[in-house]
Design a protein around this ligand. Structure first.
Ligand code: PRT
Ligand code: ZN
Length: 292
């Protein structure tokens, strides 16, 4: 289908919290590549893309400079580096928040309580912009790792760090008191990709079509069950948005087999309601890709 030698260069994190899920979404798009050879770059076997394996901090800059055409990175890293790149998709994984945390003994009511105080963070750009927005003047200490130990060392009064479960804060005697910003993994590209290379844009569009199908499928389950045929007309009331489930008569008279998709969030309600109208043999599977 693609006859030219043009390839789309995709920057992904070499090793860390984003790596596995970034490559997983690409795999589910039917793109084959050697997952074992994460040296610096690797070409896909059946799709015109090439991977660059990088530290996440470098991904926004490489995309902006045009060394990579697209990248998968935390939105926090993109906003911290502040390169004018464009988000083409929010991929929704590796969700976390950038929060203010203070020692348990600190009586914190609002950001204004940090006026004149010192805050340690690895995200000075985002923190400074939040402080400025709220009109709070505080000292910002940039630290590249183990931010959570800064208060116990006597270095700062508070920290501003990424939080997902909150257990790191608790084990360091800190409490999360304000969420400044929420993040998830995003796919970014440089703004002029389509103008400078229509061929690369075409590859990206094709990739995005597959990514959308994979992301849509994540929210649905495929469900199969047997039901007394007299109850088939009730399925539409139980499964929202189901216009026409597939209904196949079973050999046993008076019974039908039903196949349809269900939103993951609704699954247990649907399950109970189906049991309630006599459904049997309910089978549920995940869906890899799904188009509208
Ligand atoms: O080596 P490289 O530079 O590529 O990786 P890195 O060590 O800088 O990043 P990495 O792999 O730790 O994180 C990559 C991205 O994952 C981040 O930029 C975020 O977008 C996202 N992410 C999601 C997180 C977390 N959750 C997270 N919990 N990044 C870091 N953390 C850290 C946080 O800094 C704190 O130290 O985990 C600790 C808190 O976790 P909880 O669960 O105890 O709250
Ligand atoms: Zn990093």
């Amino acid at each position: 289908m693609f006859t030219s030698n043009t390839v789309l260069r995709v920057a992904v994190q070499k090793s860390g919290r984003l790596s596995e899920k970034s490559l997983d979404i690409i795999s589910k798009c039917g793109i084959d590549f050697n997952k074992g050879s994460r040296v610096l770059k690797a070409k896909a076997d059946n799709f015109p893309i090439e991977f660059l394996y990088l530290r996440d901090d470098d991904i926004p800059g490489y995309v902006y400079d045009g060394i990579a055409d697209i990248g998968i990175v935390g939105k926090n890293e993109m906003d911290e580096k502040a390169y004018p790149v464009e988000i083409v998709r929010d991929l929704g994984f590796s969700r976390c928040r950038l929060s203010i945390a203070v020692p348990n003994s600190f009586d914190y009511k609002s950001l204004a309580d940090l006026e004149g105080k010192q805050i340690a963070t690895s995200y000075p750009t985002i923190l400074k912009s939040c402080l400025k927005e709220q009109g709070v003047s505080a000292g910002v200490h940039e630290i590249s790792g183990s931010v959570e130990i800064a208060p116990s060392l006597g270095l700062t009064d508070a920290i501003c760090d990424l939080v997902s479960t909150g257990s790191t804060l608790i084990s360091n005697g800190l409490k999360e008191v304000d969420v400044l910003y929420r993040s998830s993994a995003v796919m970014i590209t440089r703004k002029d990709l389509g103008e400078t290379s229509p061929e690369k844009q075409q590859i990206l569009d094709r990739l995005l079509m597959r990514v959308d199908a994979v992301m849509r499928a994540r929210h649905y389950k495929y469900i199969m069950f047997n039901l007394p045929s007299a109850k088939v007309s009730e399925v539409g009331n139980i499964i929202p948005g189901t216009k026409s489930p597939t209904v196949t008569p079973l050999l046993e008279a008076g019974w039908s087999s039903i196949q349809t998709v269900v939103q993951e969030d609704d699954f247990w309600d649907v399950f109970e309601a189906l049991k309630g109208i006599g459904a049997q043999g309910i089978l549920v599977t995940g869906i890899e890709q799904m188009t509208l």
